[in-house]
Every structure is written in structure tokens, then in C-alpha cells.
Design a protein around this ligand. Sequence first.
Ligand code: SAM
Length: 298
Amino acid sequence: MAALGTPKSTIEILQKYGFNFQKKYGQNFLIDSHILEKIVQASGITKEDFVLEIGPGIGTMTQYLAENAREVVAVEIDRALIPILEDTLSDYQNVTVIHEDILKVDIKKLAEEKGADRPVKVVANLPYYITTPIIMGLFESRIPLHSITVMVQKEVADRMQVGPGTKDYGALSLAVQYYTKPEVVLQVSPTCFMPKPKVGSTVIKLTCHQNPPVKAEDEKLMFSLIRASFNQRRKTLVNGIGNAQNLRYTKEQVAAALEKLGLPSTIRGEELTLNQFAELSNMLYLLTGNCTYGKLEK
Ligand code: SAM
């Protein structure tokens, strides 16, 4: 099978199988070999590595990954692509294609079976409509992760890197920065895809921290507080957390914790740094214990 990654080879495959793009699956296939080479180079994969690819499409990037990694597992939701992938990846013995929704895959089990005690590297041109659940799912899967090198919508890459005081700052920024160090690899023009997306794209590498940059006694609690704060973005933290259905802290308890941290009771979540969220969760934990399980009558 000839190498993919050019407009000509992509059109040939699409015509051979009479493939129709499915907008609902965020299908924008890469047709630029330079971009593919840069992604694989930035991901730093070696012949020792197990790579998880999300959404292989017709197998363009999968070919590059298979050439460079020990083993590749590629998870694709679209049934129509499975026979195409069997064809385009037939030369590679180190690739397994799983026909499944990535949001339903047991990533932990997969990593245990294939990882061979090395942290997993994730490399993908992501389906943009589910970027956040995919990234959060990887963090929450608790698999040993080395890095996530992914193509995402430009605005999402921006959100991953910003700090407090900007409109893009939110739960995704805090999770990405808690678990990883984000670095932009390159900006990618819509002309590098077929069909062309309506948005700009960015390749970003998230290298996982060995130890998180801040100390949260109870990570789950910290992220519940973060979600509650940004669910009601324009509300004060006291109201956001006090009103959250899954948290049992009273507004007075939140105000008391903020005061102990030297923060005003009128402060909003979007003004807090990651370190301040960790401190707030530690303070609430200390003052009142973990109250994330069901709402109590106030
Ligand atoms: N990797 C290919 C490339 O670069 O040319 C295709 C990338 S395309 C942006 C996204 C791919 O993700 C498509 O093949 C799409 O069918 C697949 N996809 C969409 N939703 C998915 C899901 N929930 N689970 C697994 N794959 C999904």
C-alpha cells in the first residue's frame, strides 16, 4: 500500500471505497506529509513506545506512527473506515484497529495490555467536537501517560494555555496545567485537510508532570470546586460552590475558607490561579471535610 498524506493518495482511497465524509464525526483528514512528519517528530515516539491514536480516519497518520513506534492501537468510531484501514495498514504488523467510540473504551485495560510498563504516548488529529471529553477522559483514566500530542481547534489550544483573568480561562485550562506542561508545536492551515475545516488548527503537546505543580490533598474535590466555579462563571465563588448540587458546602463555609486564604468573598472562580484552587480545596477539606457527596439541607 502506497504512503498516504497527499491529496492524490487520499482521493484515490476515498474513490476506491466510495467513502462519504461524516460531518458528525469531525472528519477532516490530513493531506500534508510535512505536517504529519512534524507531528510525529514532536511526539518523540521511539521503537520502544506504545502509541494510542484516536480517530485514524483512513490511516494516514497511523502509517507514520507504525513506522516509528513499537505498537499502535487506533480507535475509530466510523464503521465505513474499518475496511479502508485494513487495506491501508495491511503492511504493518504492529497496528491494531479497534472499532469503537473512544469515550466508551476502557483505556486503562488497553494500556495495561499493550503498555509494557512504559507510559503511553497519545498522538492524534482529534475529532474537534469531543476534544475536551477526550482529554479529560485521558487524565481521569489514571493510565501512566507520557504525553498527548494532538491537533485541536486553535481556540481550544489557546484555552489550554491561558491563566486567570482571560475569557478563555476555565476548567480545561486548569486540568491541562495541573496534569501537564502544554507546548504549541505548530499552527496548521485549513488547506492541509480534506475537507477543509472552517476553523484554524494547532498541534499542541501536553507532557505529563511526574508530580503535579500544586499539592491538592483531594484532587477530586479540587476539580469539583473548579467545575462548580466555572459552571456559573459570572457568579462569585461563594455562590457557585454554595449552589452546586454535588457539593455540600454552605456559602458561609466557602466565605470562611476564602477569608483564611486572604481572598475577598466576592471573588469569582475565573480570578483564581491553579495554586489558589488547590489551597481553597485544602482549606475547605481542613475546615469541613470532604463534602462532595450529595447535597445536605442547609
Ligand atoms: N487521523 C486522521 C487524519 O489525520 O487524517 C483522521 C482525523 S479526523 C479529524 C477525526 C477522526 O476521528 C475521524 O476518522 C472520525 O471518524 C474519528 N472519530 C470521531 N469521533 C470519534 C469517537 N468518538 N471515537 C473514535 N473515533 C472518532
